[in-house]
Design a protein around this ligand. Structure first.
Ligand SMILES: Cc1cc2nc3c(=O)[nH]c(=O)nc-3n(C[C@H](O)[C@H](O)[C@H](O)COP(=O)(O)OP(=O)(O)OC[C@H]3O[C@@H](n4cnc5c(N)ncnc54)[C@H](O)[C@@H]3O)c2cc1C
Length: 318
């Protein structure tokens, strides 16, 4: 049972303990609100927990990896008096009076109710893939969907790697893997959309072959080998990396009563105003689940803070 540590009118349910959710919870404390954070995973930190590359956007931490930066933030966050429920997801949300009745479900547990005055959606994004590729990833550890994992960093050496995707992540990973003795084929269905610098660096590496306007018609598992077929024939690979970009984690909204579901943007993100308010009164959104011009940790932190400030203001606690 989630205990209500403050009068129910002040409770803010925050979904997701990435930078946006952690920042929102921290700011809620400063504004006299009581955050209750629901996190699907085992830890706070979000997408950057796996980023072994130097962080690009956080001022004041030059050269620090995303992983280290996130660990620092998560250490601070877990030292705060914030009730965080890990391995837990929302099962149902409905409007109740001036707030919401939420039902949570811990993985393998029983339903847990909470009445919150406001909800903040901070569930971020996840890598995109086709259902066929998701299925292949379930069948083979040689198939990796999305960037930045311990396996990519430590486990792929002197191998044949196929990367699907034509953006920065695809080419950044091609360069990273080429430096580790791998031969890499990168297939972009259309033209490469990666930054010119990545394209030029890849073109200089003999271990990397860039194929624009090319996609295998089929990829199958033959023993431990991944066989990619083109109309012209087939090639075998040891690893397949799928770098098809991201999609916002909005699935959670399916568990909200229909009249509470906020408007979405054309790109499938949650639409917000400059105060992080969604079209549903009392529901706010922050971080990568919104359509931000530059998704990043600093952006998510700022939006989480702004959402808390908006809630304080909208609730009339100042
Ligand atoms: C390859 C790559 C490199 C990047 N490099 C940088 C960089 O160098 N610097 C930088 O600033 N940014 C970088 N970013 C962007 C940065 O990671 C994101 O902008 C930032 O993590 C967004 O924070 P968030 O809190 O919105 O989402 P996330 O960090 O994705 O956190 C969302 C959290 O919500 C949880 N969650 C998801 N669904 C549910 C649910 N239904 N219920 C409960 N919890 C849920 C997740 O488990 C997760 O903990 C990079 C991103 C990628 C993909």
């Amino acid at each position: 049972m989630i205990t209500d540590p403050q009068p129910p009118s002040l409770i803010v349910a925050i979904l997701g303990a990435g930078p946006a959710g952690m920042s929102c919870a921290n700011a809620c404390l400063s504004f006299g609100l009581t955050p209750v954070v629901i996190e699907r995973g085992d830890h706070a930190g979000g997408a950057q927990r796996a980023n072994f590359h130097p962080n690009l956007w956080m001022l004041g931490a030059p050269g620090e990896s995303g992983e280290t930066m996130t660990r620092r933030m998560a250490e601070h966050y877990t030292s705060l008096p914030v009730q965080t429920r890990y391995r837990t997801e929302v099962a149902h949300v409905e409007g109740k009076g001036a707030g919401f009745n939420l039902t949570f479900m811990a993985h393998g547990g029983s339903p847990d109710p909470l009445h919150a005055r406001a909800i903040v959606l901070a569930t971020g994004m996840r890598p995109r893939a086709t259902p066929e590729l998701e299925q292949l990833a379930g069948a083979s550890r040689g198939v990796i969907i999305g960037p930045l994992s311990d396996t990519i960093r430590d486990g792929i050496r002197d191998a044949r790697v196929l990367i699907l995707g034509g953006g920065d992540n695809a080419l950044d990973h091609a360069l990273f893997l080429a430096e580790r003795g791998n031969r890499v084929v990168v297939c972009a269905r259309r033209a490469f959309s990666a930054r010119a610098g990545f394209l030029a660096s890849c073109a200089r590496r003999p271990e990397i072959e860039l194929r624009a306007g090319s996609a295998p018609v089929d990829i199958s598992l033959i023993g431990e080998t991944l066989r990619a077929r083109w109309t012209s024939g087939f090639e075998d690979f040891d690893w397949l990396l799928v770098m098809y970009g991201y999609r916002p984690n909005t699935d959670v909204l399916e568990r909200f009563a229909p009249q509470l579901r906020p408007d979405m943007t054309a790109s499938g993100h949650v639409h917000v105003d400059t105060w992080q308010r969604t079209s549903s009164p009392g529901i706010y959104a922050a971080g990568d689940i919104t359509d931000s011009p530059q998704p990043s940790v600093p952006t998510a932190i700022a939006q989480g803070l702004a959402a808390a400030r908006a809630i304080e203001r909208d609730m009339g606690t100042t």
